[in-house]
Design a protein around this ligand. Structure first.
Ligand code: NAP
Length: 266
């Protein structure tokens, strides 16, 4: 599994990670098995949020007994909780639910009404107390990132987690370049469009499948390889079936040629 530096001078993290939104909705045993299969195949980067129902509890079951230092756990505070006291309480709640003593990265889920100064100061406090190793944001556009950078200073924003899939590539214009200039990792969420993956009968789907055939890979693996082609971009597909998790992990080793990237781009 390919790894990428997570933020400015941050650790090497699996380029393909595991999302967990709705992972608590189906069969618990198969969700745990999917996460475990993903971890065993190198997807040690796991994304969750206090918003995702019982997903943190499912993760706790999946990681029980595994060496903590080999995992990269990310959770998120809801904007409505992002006051000083609220952020600390939400973080402690997530740690308890995940049955761990620290998060590798803690994100503001999207921008809300609490001043960024307050949330950033609290994130710094959580870093100082060892409860989180780094912090970042989600769903921030360039204006928000500029404002945040003015508050936080250089090299502090570990990541910006944003919507990025084959049919939604808006972040390529300004968000990815901003993050690359500032040493901020870009984490692509809903990399399969949540449930809008191109049909094999569509024009784009045919291109995807022909490239997949050339690599003896799946169309989803090729999509993930395309989305993570820039050095700053990681992706967090969600899979509640072990075979899907194993398939996604296989994307971490696919290297697309310039011609294949151009064909997908088109
Ligand atoms: P997604 O990863 O784009 O797509 C998930 C869907 O793809 C599920 O139906 C899953 O099926 C299917 N799938 C996964 N791997 C597959 C494979 N190899 N072959 C066939 N089907 C496959 O959807 P998402 O959950 O919206 O996004 C991923 C993660 O990003 C979330 O779980 C969450 O952690 C994060 N996220 C963050 C935000 C934010 O605001 N920060 C917003 C949305 C999502 P099965 O479940 O049946 O395996």
């Amino acid at each position: 599994m390919q790894t990428k530096t997570f933020g400015n001078g941050g650790p090497a993290v699996s380029a393909i990670g595991q999302g967990t939104w709705y992972l608590d909705r189906g069969d618990r045993q198969s969700a745990v098995a999917a996460l475990r299969r993903g971890i065993a195949t190198g997807m040690t980067h796991i994304d969750t949020a206090e918003m995702y129902g019982d997903a943190e509890l499912v993760i706790a079951d999946a990681i029980a007994g595994l060496p903590r230092q080999e995992l990269f756990l990310v959770s998120k505070v809801l904007p409505s909780n992002a006051s000083r006291r609220g952020t600390i309480t939400a973080c402690e709640r997530s740690l308890k639910r995940l049955k761990t003593d620290h998060l590798d990265c803690y994100l503001l889920h999207w921008r809300g009404s609490y001043p960024l100064e307050e949330t950033v100061a609290t994130f710094d406090e959580l870093v100082a107390s060892g409860k989180i190793r780094s912090w970042g944001v989600s769903n921030f556009d360039v204006d928000d990132l500029d404002e945040l950078h003015a508050v936080a200073g250089d090299g502090k924003i570990a990541c910006n987690q944003v919507l990025y899939h084959l049919q939604e590539r808006a972040i390529e214009h300004a968000v990815i370049p901003w993050c690359e200039r500032n040493g901020t990792a870009v984490v692509a969420y809903s990399p399969f469009g949540h449930d809008e993956f191109p049909s094999p009968r569509s024009k784009g789907g045919e291109v995807l499948q022909s490239i997949a055939d050339a690599h003896e890979a799946s169309a989803r693996q090729v999509a993930l390889a395309f989305l993570t082609r820039a050095p700053s971009v990681l992706a967090i597909p969600k899979a509640s079936r072990a075979e899907h998790a194993a398939d996604n992990a296989g994307a971490g080793d696919i290297k697309l040629s310039a011609a294949e990237i151009a064909a997908l781009d088109k």
